[in-house]
Structure formats: C-alpha cells, structure tokens
Design a protein around this ligand. Structure first.
Ligand code: 2AM
Ligand code: CA
Ligand code: CA
Ligand code: CA
Length: 283
C-alpha cells in the first residue's frame, strides 16, 4: 500500500475511532438493550450495533471500493481478503462493557490483499490508543513502544488466557493446564482479546492464548504485536488465516515455541482444540 494513502487511511480511522468512543461514553449512560447471541453469556448491546453501523456507513461513504468485515453484521459477506478490507470489532469485551463499564476497546485492522497494514486498538475508558502501521513500529498514545524484551522464560512470564482453557478438554483432564499454571509466574484473564493483544505488544503480558477467536478479535492485534517483535500463530505454529475461527496464541518470540510445545504434548490435544467452539459452550 502506498505510504501517503496508508497515512490518510490511518488518520481517518483514528478520527472515526475517537468519534465512536465519544458516542459510546455518552450512550453507555442510557439503556443498553442487552441481547444474547450464541449462548446466555454471549452478549450484544445496541451500542455495539450502533458503533459498527457508524463505522460501516462512514467507510462506505468515503471509501466505497473498500470492503468491511465486522462482528455485528453491518459489513460485507467476504469469501476472500482481496483489496482493502476493514476488519472491525466495534466493542471488544462486551461483557466487561455491560458489567464493568470499563476494560473494553474498539479494534480496527486494515488489510490489503490479506496483509495487515494498520492496527488500532483503543481502550475507550482508560483512553489508551494503541496503533501500528506495518514496518513503522507500534505506538501507545503516540509514544513508540520498545521492542519486546529478550530472555523471557516461561518461569518468569505472565500469560493471558480466556477461561475456556479451563473448561473440560484433554489438556485439563491430563493436568497440562494445571502444570502450566504452576510453571509460569502468573495467569491473567482480562476479557478483551484485542486489549490482551495490545498488552502482549507492550510487554505487559508475555503471551495471550485464546480459543476460537474471530478475525475482528485479532486483526488489529496481529499488526501491533508484530511491530514490537512478537508473533501470532495458531496452535500448530502456523500463520492464521483471517476468515476462520481458530485457537490463537500471540507472544513474545522467546516463549512462543515453548508454549506451543507444551500444548502439543499429545497430537490428540490439538484435535480437541481445533474442534472446540465458543458457540457450543453454555457454561
Ligand atoms: P467480544 O466481547 O467482542 O464478543 C472474551 O474472552 C473475549 O473473547 C472477548 O474479546 C470476546 O469478544 C471474545 N469472544 C469471541 N467469541 C466469543 C463468544 N462466542 N462468546 C464470548 N466471547 C467471545
Ligand atoms: Ca461479541
Ligand atoms: Ca471481540
Ligand atoms: Ca465485539
């Protein structure tokens, strides 16, 4: 993507993100009209929908040739990532938004022909703006994030997980997760995949592991993590394709391979992960 054009897209996306965030802060004071989706804990509110609609309408008006992939259905039905695609999660961490009124973000990745060019993750209540352009480094509130520290070991790492890793599966049955919990320095679960990616880029987490994430959960995060020298793969260590849900691991490169090895202890474990889906969980 040509530099001037990418800079223009970035500035426009940033302007829309701040505008959307101001609307979210205003609208969260009123009724949220909470509904459930795939299960009783999978929430959506009218603010999620309004926010995605705002981005989709704005993009279509200014960049009619671009396509949109969004969680709440205001985007396009995509079968490939050809051309310029905006991958949008209007509110990542909806459960936090509803219950805590904090710890949620807007996440936007802009890709060209499948390559992540721009990543933006905005923590709306903490006013923390994480961003990256491919090859130009990652920033938090305009200050460049340093490259991730080297020589991190599993024993000295803090790892973000979502609680699905603790639900019934072979890794739990065989105490692999238990063992991992005892090996690492600490585990955390913040409830917003995109923010947890931003924390990996910042070095606040050394890794983030999540089951079955969708493209809009990770599109921005992949770009930002990549720009501080981190890596994002599926559980086989393969590059993610952004059209399907998969288990995702984003880490400091120092511990990424160690974590993959842990989880790969038995080939069957991988099978049980790959077939796992949030949507079948009702907890
Ligand atoms: P969301 O808030 O945009 O739905 C919570 O562990 C994290 O996982 C959030 O980033 C959440 O995104 C994401 N997630 C993806 N699919 C989910 C689902 N079906 N139910 C709940 N959280 C989901
Ligand atoms: Ca959701
Ligand atoms: Ca999400
Ligand atoms: Ca969402």
């Amino acid at each position: 993507m040509e530099k001037d054009y990418r800079d223009l897209l970035f500035e426009q996306a940033k302007k829309w993100v701040f505008e959307a965030a101001a609307n979210i802060r205003r609208d969260m004071q009123g009724p949220l009209d909470i509904e459930t989706k795939s299960n009783a804990n999978d929430l959506v509110t009218k603010v999620d929908k309004q926010t995605e609609n705002f981005f989709a309408a704005s993009i279509r008006q200014m960049f009619p040739e671009h396509r949109i992939l969004g969680e709440e259905g205001y985007g396009d039905e995509l079968e490939n990532l050809d051309g310029v695609v905006w991958i949008i999660d209007p509110i990542d961490g909806t459960m936090n938004f509803v219950h805590q009124k904090r710890n949620f973000c807007i996440s936007i990745g802009i890709y060209q022909d499948g390559v992540g060019e721009i990543g933006i993750i905005y923590d709306v209540m903490a006013d923390m703006f994480y961003s990256a352009k491919r090859g130009d480094g990652a920033y938090k509130n305009g200050v460049r994030l340093p490259k991730l520290q080297k020589n991190v070991t599993l024993e000295r790492s803090i790892i973000g997980i979502n609680h699905y890793w603790l639900c019934q599966n072979r890794l739990v049955d065989e105490n692999v997760m238990h063992h991992l919990a005892k090996t690492v320095r600490g585990l955390r679960s913040y409830g917003s995949a995109a923010l947890e990616f931003a924390y990996v880029a910042e070095g606040v987490l050394d890794s983030y592991m999540a089951m079955s994430l969708a493209p809009w959960d990770i599109a921005a995060g992949i770009v930002i993590v990549g720009e501080t020298g981190g890596v994002t793969t599926d559980i086989d260590g393969q590059k993610l394709d952004l059209l399907h849900k998969k288990p995702v691991i984003a880490s400091n490169t120092d511990i990424h391979q160690d974590l993959l090895s842990w989880l790969k202890k038995e080939e069957n474990d991988i099978q049980s992960f790959s077939s796992f889906s949030f949507d079948s969980q009702t907890n």
